[in-house]
Design a protein around this ligand. Structure first.
Ligand code: HEC
Length: 458
């Protein structure tokens, strides 16, 4: 934390210096102030090197002046177009913009990189380089422990192994064996889950891992199953943190069920496995609410009519299809996250609310990129508070034209299915249901904070 703040302070101080220089001197002179050691290396270390170091999915390392200089013009294009850092496709012109995990560069950071490339990429004074950071492989760390300082997970649960052949289509692995023993040996009483993190169990598993969902399974007295989603992880997304006043109860005897999507990589990977780390609320500190975490809204379904037509998906060659689902909320909802899901023909997805008073509002629009499955986590004061009776409209636009850069073959008809060449269209909201009296209080408190600035002026 302190190093990040430190870097930002340095950055702010330097930004001030550049601004002053820009006022006093012709523009070309201010661009010359931007150097690799003094500016660009700091921006890259904060925003890029986490992925761009040896042994990761990214195609090249960006650790040294020589490496960065070689990629200079591509870097300029990638940041100007906001292609990098990847994974953030929230439309910036509509809907909520305050998120906890937005990795995007600031406009100033983009300007710094562009000015540096345009001015011939000067190296600068090596004494200004940031302290080097040691990077760990995806399987070697828990972000919540190493980056958030939460300490090690309370439970670690490893999936059954699966061997991924060298060459074939995508693989799904949904082992029948749910893991109950692990939970039983580690839990003697019901405990509340605060967060879950998913990682590959070793480096080989990391290469084939695409995404994995885990669910909690519990037999209820009447023989039915309950429990629900626990975590969902994909390339670029490894943690599920529930809101501070909400959690999920795990009981001794509960099963953990894994569902994984794996990609062959040209050589056989024997016994690929993933792990989840589970952080619990301290004993006796039960959270106030049970979170449902992510709830699925299928475009093309009207749940209240009981007519799921979601699988009626048929996109003509060189054409579009729009799917829309309508849902009436029967309880008050506090939404803490949004995540889209489509495949290669994904165009965009949009969530709208029609409030009980008739007001209609776009909550967010997500421009789709099938490589990144990001859960966008709202800032506390930006979490949509949707009273019961609100209508949710989930829209997905599927684009099978040649203009869609991900489209492998616009001459094909496309149907519903889970393979990447077939399509799906659903949007998930992370939801906590809130009782009436608490909901009114939350709305009132939010309104107060919005209209009355903090006393200390911060
Ligand atoms: C979450 C991991 C991640 C982060 C963070 C990230 N990259 Fe990348 N980058 C990738 C991956 C994976 C690729 C290759 C696939 C692709 O192009 O999307 C890539 C590709 C690139 C490319 C090559 C694009 C091309 O022209 O083919 C450039 C340049 C690049 N990144 C620069 C950056 C810069 C600059 C930053 C920081 C501002 C950054 N990246 C942050 C993962 C990342």
């Amino acid at each position: 934390m302190s190093t990040i703040e430190g870097l930002q302070n340095i950055w702010l101080a330097r930004a001030g210096a550049v601004l002053v220089a820009a006022l006093a001197l012709p523009p070309a002179a201010s661009a010359q102030d931007v150097t690799y050691a003094g500016d660009v290396a700091h921006v890259l270390q904060e925003n890029c090197v986490r992925c761009h170091h040896p042994g990761t999915a990214a195609p090249m390392a960006l650790l040294t002046y020589e490496e960065v200089r070689r990629w200079g013009s591509r870097i300029k294009t990638a940041v100007e177009n906001r292609m990098m850092p990847p994974g953030w496709y929230i439309d910036r012109t509509v809907g909520i913009q305050d998120f906890k995990n937005d990795p995007s560069l600031s406009d100033q950071e983009i300007e710094t990189i562009v000015a540096w490339v345009d001015s011939g990429m000067p190296a600068g004074d090596p004494s200004q380089l940031p302290e080097p950071v040691e990077w760990k492989g995806d399987h070697e760390y828990w972000a919540l422990e190493d980056e958030q300082g939460w300490g090690p997970p309370d439970l670690i649960i490893t999936s059954p192994p699966f061997t991924v052949p060298a060459n074939s289509g995508d693989q799904w692995w949904e082992p029948d064996a749910a893991l109950a023993d692990v939970v039983n040996t580690q839990l003697t009483e019901g405990r509340w889950i605060r967060a879950v993190e998913t990682r590959p169990a070793d480096s080989e598993s990391g290469y084939v891992f695409h995404h994995a969902n885990t669910t909690l399974r519990r037999e209820t007295a009447d023989g039915r199953r309950s429990g629900g989603g626990l975590s969902s992880a994909a390339v670029g997304k490894r943690t599920d943190i529930y809101p501070e006043d909400a959690g999920k109860l795990i009981l001794p005897g509960d099963d953990i069920h894994f569902s994984m999507h794996l990609f062959p990589i040209g050589r056989e990977v024997v016994d690929a496995q993933i792990q989840i780390g589970v952080w619990l609320y301290p004993e006796g500190e039960d959270p106030k609410y049970t979170t449902n975490d992510e709830i699925l809204f299928n475009s093309g379904e009207s749940r209240d009519l009981g007519l799921p037509r979601y699988t009626d998906l048929l996109i003509p060659p060189h054409g579009y299809q729009m799917l829309r689902g309508n849902f009436v909320l029967e309880q008050n909802a506090r939404v803490h996250s949004i995540r889209g899901h489509m495949h290669l023909r994904g165009g965009y997805q949009m969530m709208e609310a029609i409030y009980p008073d008739g007001r209609r509002e776009v909550i967010n629009k997500i421009d789709w990129n099938h490589l990144w499955h990001t859960t966008h986590i709202y800032e506390d004061d930006a979490q949509p508070l949707l009273p019961k009776g609100t209508v949710i409209i989930a829209t997905s636009l599927l684009d099978n034209t040649a203009d869609n850069p991900s489209n492998p073959d616009p001459d094909q008809w496309v149907v519903y299915g889970r393979r990447s060449v077939s399509e799906m269209a659903h949007i998930r909201f992370g939801i906590t249901w809130i009782p009436d009296e608490d909901f009114e209080r939350m709305v009132a408190e939010r309104e107060q904070r919005r209209t009355r600035p903090a006393a200390d002026g911060s």
